[in-house]
Design a protein around this ligand. Structure first.
Ligand SMILES: *Cc1c(COP(=O)(O)O)cnc(C)c1O
Length: 422
């Protein structure tokens, strides 16, 4: 073996066996040091692995002078999503939120719909924009998805549906929810914004309930910049969704329903198709990042990294910590402040819970419900950067900052309160 090659091998061996990086507290940026990263690291920075392929597809659309309204790129995108999910229909839309709104309309929902409070606010907004009252339920402390027992309690004569959210790409308890929905005569459908490429009992998410809604927003795993899709096996529902997506037009000038404009453009589909082409390399990067975080944070007191079910396919798009303030010696917000000083912009998803957001606080029959698990999680959850933007050593460095902060919690806490007072 040549010496250069031998050196490389030794170096990579050393890297692999690297012990968790714990540094002296004084190395942290909150103590006045240079940030670990020169540029801010964002959660959900778009994966754009093949710029040239995107540009080539866009050039094709421009050459065809066909930019929207059932163009070949959107059609191909729909076929590929339907095939991957294993459903008869995929209706591509402009974004996930309007996908939810179309689904609500097409399913004919009225009155009240039960959903988890621990979700992105769009899940609730989609209902409200369709004049349906969101009724917030609590989630399970371990899975972070809606608690079926909770739902029972919230059903009223006005309830028409249950809207589950496969949070972090981890499936809801689909079987229990289905049973409950059938028993109580309710529609069941899902916000699958996080869950493209994920399975539940080995079956692709996108096939459950009356329909499922994906988001292909730039921050999501596979994305179109802006985009979404509704998937279903129900022919009539799919037809209704397509009708409503395009102003209710049947043919050139016959309008049979009050629709909207929810169409995906060819330009978005160009990004989406390229993203689909690169799906396996995005998963590999995310999975590797997740494994590095897991290794580097192992055994750290008060820090729990949310795991993905090893027997399911997953997109590993979310690196979610639960920070237990008592055990860690630092609150989630204190840890976020330490990371922000290093230019690591971790996110407090979904603080403070939809039910406590200003827009909904007053709207819930005069009082904000108490949802102890949602409130518990909203105080503890912190999402860390991942994706193709980051290599292994950056991930190890971010984890090292978390470790250094927690292992020197007293000094860090003192410093943060000093900074706040200054
Ligand atoms: C992103 C997201 C949405 C909204 O999707 P958009 O494409 O951004 O409109 C809805 N629900 C959840 C859980 C999301 O994360």
């Amino acid at each position: 073996m040549g010496s250069a090659k031998a050196a490389l091998v030794t170096q990579s061996l050393r890297k692999q066996s690297m012990a968790p990086l714990t540094s002296h507290w004084a190395s942290l940026a909150v103590f006045g040091n240079k940030p670990a990263f020169a540029e801010p690291l964002h959660v959900g920075r778009p994966n754009l692995p093949d710029k040239q392929a995107i540009l080539d597809r866009i050039a094709g659309a421009l050459d065809r002078h066909w930019l929207t309204n059932g163009g070949p790129l959107v059609t191909e995108f729909e076929c590929r999503i339907a095939e991957q999910v294993g459903v008869r229909h995929c209706v591509a839309v402009a974004n996930g939120t309007i996908g939810l709104e179309l689904a609500i309309r097409a399913l004919g929902l009225t009155g009240e719909v039960i959903l988890p409070a621990f979700t992105f606010i769009a899940t609730a907004h989609a209902l409200s924009w369709q004049q349906v009252a969101p009724v917030f339920g609590d989630v399970d402390r371990v899975t972070h998805t809606i608690d079926a027992y909770e739902i029972e309690r919230l059903i009223t004569p006005r309830t028409t549906a249950i809207l589950g959210v496969h949070l972090w790409g981890r499936a809801c308890n689909v079987e229990e929810l289905s049973e409950l929905a059938v028993e109580r005569g309710l529609t069941l459908f899902f916000d699958a914004a996080h869950a493209f490429g994920c399975t539940h009992h080995g079956q692709r998410i996108g096939r459950f309930g009356a329909c499922e809604v994906f988001s292909f927003h730039a921050t999501k795993f596979v994305h179109c910049g802006e985009g979404g899709a509704v998937t279903t096996d129900n022919d009539e529902l799919a037809e209704r969704l397509r009708l409503l997506r395009n102003f209710g037009f049947v043919g050139y000038d016959n309008v049979t329903a009050i629709g909207t404009n929810a169409k995906m453009s060819e330009l978005s589909a160009a990004v989406g198709l390229t993203s689909l082409d690169c799906m396996s390399s995005i998963v590999a990067a995310n999975q590797g990042n997740h494994a590095t975080y897991r290794r580097e944070l192992a055994g750290l007191r008060g820090i729990r990294l949310l795991a993905y079910e090893p027997n399911e396919a997953s997109n590993y798009q979310y690196v979610v910590l639960e920070v237990d303030e008592r055990a860690a010696g630092l609150s989630r917000d204190e840890l976020a402040a330490v990371l922000a000083a290093e230019n690591v912009l971790a996110r407090r998803y979904f603080h403070p819970g939809c039910h406590r957001m200003e827009a909904y606080r007053g709207a819930q029959l005069g009082r904000v419900p108490e949802l102890p698990v949602t409130e518990y999680l909203a105080e503890r959850v912190l999402a860390l950067p991942t994706g193709m933007q980051l290599d292994k050593s950056s991930i190890a460095q971010i984890a090292g900052i978390v470790r250094t902060a927690v292992e020197n919690a007293l000094a860090v806490r003192g410093r943060l309160s000093q900074r706040r007072a200054a």
